[in-house]
Design a protein around this ligand. Structure first.
Ligand code: ATP
Length: 432
């Protein structure tokens, strides 16, 4: 983990935020390469969750929602005090009620106190009083529930269907840490999938989404052995959940949640109907019945996914007697797809290399690098996961072919410049 954190900082992937002011507790910035990686991870999720399906649409709701939202969702009530949980009997206590380091009920070990005033508060408008208090959303999901009727009406959506959203969420975590695993500002990729209120229908879609989401991580390069499913015990279920299974990754600090798939039932639509006075029900034309659908929610963290993709890709090997660090990222996720290198800084090679750069830049992220020995330039791209290198040399000037080098095998091929765009597309594997 330390090596990865150092690499991320050294190469501008992810680094502590506000460093010139000494940093701000556990907030991170994604640098130029990390920004590309993050875009690609979100794109990959969007592709499989929205684009490739006929039954899911997207949404981009506001971060600041009406404060009643959080009364209805239960976040205001359940996030109100520092709490401790007993690791033994799972009983939850207010920290001050526990009265000591051990569980007052069974004597078991207690977790660290977590403030359930987890929501960041701020004020809307010029007056800073309770009437103007608004919250930064602690999950993106609620925006989807608030807009349920809007989506059904405007999209003529028929069950089962889902609404997907990617966006920032904020939690005033008491114990942030492990790099970007737990931070106070993070990004979520959430889907609320609405189904008929029927236990069989719910079970069927729950299984579908647990599998689909597990396979998504595998599809983009995470090894199966480092993934597992962990169903929650009844006692650890969130207040809204009728059943949750976590997809966990084996981080260097142990198994940790990557994503939670929860059965939210009709909890949220019920509560928002009650609190807003607007009936958020659905009219089923087939049965001529009106009801509030049940929800299956796969909720993934962008940052935790990125951490898992990076950890899984990180490798050290030896190439030509030299130690090398390489990120074996799936080409579709890699921040830069192709490095373009003129072997010499003369003899027309840089100009030719710029022409190749221009040829490829419309299809994918490309970098141009003319500095240092060719071996050094390859290594620089290997350690940030660039899957392909294109070298322009004296032969290029004669026959318009280039050397195409592969990050993982370090093997090299000779390819005609004219054939390069199609070859790169094929190698990236966009259509998969
Ligand atoms: P944890 O138990 O680790 O605090 P959680 O069960 O509270 O997580 P959920 O409410 O299920 O998390 O949120 C869904 C997803 O959002 C998580 O699986 C995770 O990927 C991401 N996430 C939640 N909290 C954080 C955080 N503080 N930093 C980064 N990602 C987070």
């Amino acid at each position: 983990m330390d090596k990865l954190v150092a690499l991320c900082k050294r190469r501008g992937i992810v680094f502590p935020s506000s460093e010139i002011y000494g940093g701000l507790g556990s907030t991170f910035d994604y640098g130029p390469l990390g920004t590309e990686l993050k875009r690609n991870v979100k794109e990959a999720w969007w592709r499989s969750t929205v684009q490739e399906r006929a039954d899911v649409v997207g949404l981009d709701s506001a971060i600041l929602l009406h404060p009643r939202t959080w009364a209805a969702s239960g976040h205001l009530a359940s996030f109100a005090d520092p709490m401790v949980d007993c690791k033994g009997c799972k009983q939850r206590f207010r920290a001050d009620d526990a009265g000591g380091p051990r569980c007052p009920r069974c004597g078991g070990e207690l977790t660290e106190a977590r403030s359930f005033n987890l929501m960041f508060k701020t004020f809307m408008g010029p007056v800073e009083d309770t009437a103007a208090t608004v919250y930064l959303r602690p999950e993106t999901a609620q925006g989807i529930f608030l807009d349920f009727a809007e989506v059904v009406d405007t999209q003529r959506a028929k069950l089962p269907f889902g609404v997907a959203q990617i966006g920032k969420a904020f939690r005033n975590e008491i114990t942030p840490g492990n790099f970007i695993f737990r931070t106070r500002e993070f990004e979520q990729m959430e889907l609320e999938f609405f189904v008929r209120p029927d236990p069989q229908e719910e079970a069927r879609w729950f299984e579908h989404w647990v599998n689909a989401r597990f396979e998504w991580y595998v599809r983009y390069g995470i090894s199966r052995e480092r993934l597992r499913l962990r169903p929650h015990a009844q006692s650890e279920l969130a207040h809204y959940s009728r059943g949750t299974t976590d997809i966990e990754y084996r981080y260097p600090f142990g198994w940790g949640e990557l994503e939670g798939v929860a059965k939210r039932g009709s909890f949220d639509l019920d509560r928002h109907s009650e609190f807003s006075g607007r009936d958020l029900s659905y009219f089923d034309e087939a049965t001529r019945q009106r009801y509030r659908p049940w929800v299956i929610e796969p909720s993934a963290g962008v940052d935790r996914s990125i951490l898992a993709f990076l950890l899984d890709a990180y490798a050290e090997d030896v190439v030509e007697d030299e130690k090398r660090v390489v990120l074996r990222l799936d080409p579709r996720l890699a921040p830069v797809k192709v490095g373009v290198f003129p072997l010499l800084r003369k003899a027309g090679q840089p100009e030719k290399a710029h022409a190749v750069f221009d040829l490829l830049k419309r299809r994918c992220m490309v970098v141009f690098d003319a500095a240092g020995s060719i071996g050094r330039r390859y290594r620089r791209q290997d350690e940030v996961g660039t899957p392909f290198g294109v070298t322009i040399d004296h032969e290029t000037m004669q026959d318009d072919t280039v050397t195409l080098r592969y990050r993982d095998s370090t093997k090299q091929d000779r390819v005609a410049i004219a054939a390069l765009p199609a070859r790169i597309d094929e190698l990236i594997g966009w259509e998969d």
